[in-house]
Design a protein. Structure first.
Length: 388
C-alpha cells in the first residue's frame, strides 16, 4: 500500500529551504526595528496579489482577526455577527476584545453565512460582521456589503481558507473593510508552521493594525494603543515570498483535482459534490467537502477510506455555539441554528491538495465507486481517468 493520502499537505521544495537557510545565516530574524526586509517584500507581494492597498503580516490567522478587532477599539457592549459553522477562532477573537458574539445561521448549499439570517439577528449594538469564506467558496458579498453599508457596520472577511478565491472576479480579502488570511501548514499556501496576513484599503485601519501588531507602538518604545506581539518572523516571511508566487499554480492544480472529483460524484446517489455558485468565479478549493444524502453512510465511508490509506476530515463536527465554552458560559442551546447543526452531521472532506498524484486520485475514485456500489442496487458506470 502506498503513502497515507492526507486531506491537505504543504507543498515545499528546495526554494523554500534555500531562502530559509539564507535568513538563518543572516542573523536578521525579526521584522522589528526596521530589520524585516523579507516581511516588507511579502506584504508588498500579497497586497499586489489581492489587489489591496495594504497587507500586514502577522503570526496567525487568529491574530489577523484579533488585531483587526483591537484596531477598531469597539465599545464593551458591542455585538459581532458571525457564522456558527467555522473554526472556533473566528468567534473567539470577538470574545477576546470583550464583544458579544451573535451567530447567524448558514445556507445549506454553500455552508456559508446567510445574509438574510444576519438581518434577523442585527441590533443597534451590532458593530462588526465577520463572514467566513468556508472551504474556499466566497460568501455572497454584494447583499452583505449592502446591508453593512446601510447599517454602518465594519466587515472583516475571514479568508483564512480562501487564498485566491474570487467573488465576481474580485479577490476575497479586498471586498470588506479588512481581510484576514492564515498560513497554517494545511492552507493553500504556508509560511511554515504558523502565519497570517491582514489586508485593507483603509489608511487609518492599516496604521492602527500595524501598531497593534507591535505592542501598540507608533514608533520604538512609544505605545499609543493596546497591542500584542503579532509579528511574523523573518524566516516565515521569506518562505511566504516564495509560496505566494506559487499560489496560482497551487490553485490551478486544486481546481483540476476538484473537477475530477466532481466528475466521479456526478449523479452519485449517496454523496453530493460541493455546490459552486455563479458568483464564485474562482473557488480556492482549500477543502473538497461533500454532503452525504444519507448521513448514516458517512461513518462507514470514513472507515472505507481510512482502510485504504485515504484521509478524510469532518469540518466541523460540532458547531461553535454547541462547544462547551459557548454552551456553559454564554447559554447557547441546540436547535438555535438548525442549518449549522445539520451540516455537522452530513459534511466530509476528502483529499484535493496539489501533492496528489494520478494513481492516488485513481485510488480515491475507485474507493468512492466501490463504496457506492456496495450500498446501492443500481451500479455506477465507470468514471473517467484522473488528470495527469
Amino acid at each position: 500500500m502506498g503513502r497515507f493520502i492526507p486531506t491537505n499537505l504543504p507543498l515545499l521544495n528546495n526554494e523554500e529551504v534555500k531562502i530559509a537557510k539564507e535568513v538563518l545565516e543572516s542573523g536578521l530574524l525579526t521584522q522589528k526595528a526596521g530589520l524585516g526586509e523579507h516581511t516588507k517584500k511579502f506584504e508588498s507581494l500579497f497586497a499586489e496579489y489581492t489587489g489591496t492597498k495594504y497587507a500586514i503580516a502577522v503570526n496567525s490567522g487568529s491574530a489577523a482577526i484579533h488585531a483587526a478587532l483591537l484596531a477598531l477599539n469597539l465599545p464593551r457592549d458591542s455585538e459581532i455577527i458571525t457564522t456558527p459553522f467555522s473554526f472556533v477562532a473566528t468567534a473567539s477573537m470577538g470574545l477576546h476584545v470583550g464583544a458579544k458574539v451573535i451567530f447567524a445561521d448558514i445556507t445549506p448549499e454553500t455552508y456559508n453565512i446567510d445574509v438574510e439570517k444576519i438581518k434577523l439577528v442585527y441590533s443597534k449594538k451590532t458593530k462588526v460582521i465577520i463572514p467566513v469564506h468556508l472551504y474556499g467558496h466566497p460568501v455572497d458579498m454584494d447583499p452583505l456589503m449592502e446591508f453593512a453599508t446601510e447599517k454602518d457596520l465594519v466587515v472583516i472577511e475571514d479568508a483564512c481558507q480562501a487564498h485566491g478565491a474570487e467573488y465576481k472576479g474580485i479577490k476575497v480579502g479586498s471586498i470588506g473593510d479588512v481581510g484576514a488570511f492564515s498560513f497554517y501548514p494545511s492552507k493553500n499556501m504556508t509560511t511554515i508552521g504558523e502565519g497570517g496576513m491582514i489586508t485593507t484599503n483603509n489608511d487609518d485601519l492599516a496604521q492602527k493594525i500595524s501598531e497593534v501588531r507591535n505592542h501598540g507602538e507608533s514608533k520604538d518604545y512609544e505605545t499609543v494603543r493596546l497591542g500584542h506581539n503579532f509579528r511574523m518572523p523573518e524566516v516565515s516571511s521569506a518562505i511566504g515570498t516564495v509560496q505566494i508566487k506559487k499560489l496560482p499554480e497551487f490553485i490551478k492544480t486544486r481546481t483540476k483535482n476538484a473537477e475530477f472529483l466532481n466528475s466521479v460524484l456526478e449523479d452519485n446517489p449517496i454523496i453530493k459534490p460541493p455546490v459552486v455558485k455563479d458568483y464564485c468565479t474562482q473557488h480556492a478549493w482549500y477543502l473538497y467537502t461533500v454532503t452525504f444524502k444519507d448521513i448514516a453512510k458517512r461513518d462507514p465511508f470514513i472507515v472505507k477510506m481510512q482502510s485504504n490509506n485515504i484521509g478524510t476530515g469532518i469540518y466541523y463536527s460540532t458547531p461553535i455555539h454547541l462547544m462547551p465554552l459557548y454552551k456553559e458560559e454564554y447559554g447557547y442551546k441546540g436547535g438555535e441554528y438548525p442549518q449549522a447543526e445539520q451540516a455537522c452531521k452530513e459534511v466530509l472532506s476528502i483529499p484535493v491538495n496539489p501533492t496528489l498524484k494520478k494513481d492516488e486520485l485513481e485510488l480515491i475514485k475507485d474507493k468512492i465507486v466501490e463504496f457506492t456500489n456496495e450500498n446501492v442496487t443500481n451500479k455506477l458506470p465507470p468514471a473517467k481517468p484522473a488528470p495527469k
